[in-house]
Ligand binder design. Structure first.
Ligand SMILES: [Zn+2]
Length: 166
């Protein structure tokens, strides 16, 4: 079983690589990611969060079901924004308000390598933007306009990171 990579693990800051092979290993990886996500009560998970630097995302659909987004590309962001109290399995017990476009269009591949297009809004749009950020080494705390919970935890994690850099 995978372990979730927690901030400040450097894998979370890497730009993930494009998936090239739509093989059984990819399906297995997505399936294992979904299991870890459900175990930790997450609603979305990006491969870098299990220390695999690949452009692969799973999103929970409830009851153990999940949807996979391979090599996702957000092609449209609405001007209209929405504010959400976001959290992340890689930053437990930290919650923050993040302002994001309310609607997006996304292109991606399914596990069979077929190109898909979707228009998302509301929570689905927020989840996908949060997860695509992970593929680019961006975390929700980078975009946070206000930390709602866990400021002290975040301060001590950031201090760990600063101490390492010294
Ligand atoms: Zn996250």
């Amino acid at each position: 079983m995978f372990k979730i990579a927690k901030y400040p693990n450097p894998v979370l800051r890497k730009t993930a690589k494009l998936v090239g092979d739509f093989n059984d290993d990819l399906k297995k990886l997505a399936d294992n990611m979904a299991k870890v996500m459900y175990e930790d009560d997450g609603i979305g998970l990006a491969a870098p969060q299990v220390s695999k630097s690949l452009r692969l995302i799973v999103v929970g659909l409830g009851y153990g079901e999940y949807k996979t987004y391979v090599n996702p590309d957000i092609t449209f962001f609405s001007k209209e924004k929405t504010t959400t109290d976001e959290g992340c399995l890689s930053l437990p017990k930290i919650f923050a308000n993040v302002i994001r476009p309310k609607k997006i269009h996304i292109k991606y591949y399914n596990l069979d390598g077929e190109l898909q297009k979707e228009k998302l809004k509301g929570m689905d749009a927020v989840i996908l933007q949060h997860e695509v950020d992970h593929l680019n080494g961006i975390l929700f705390i980078d975009r946070a306009e206000k930390i709602n919970q866990g400021q002290e935890i975040l301060d001590s994690l950031k201090k760990q990171l600063d101490d390492k850099a010294k």
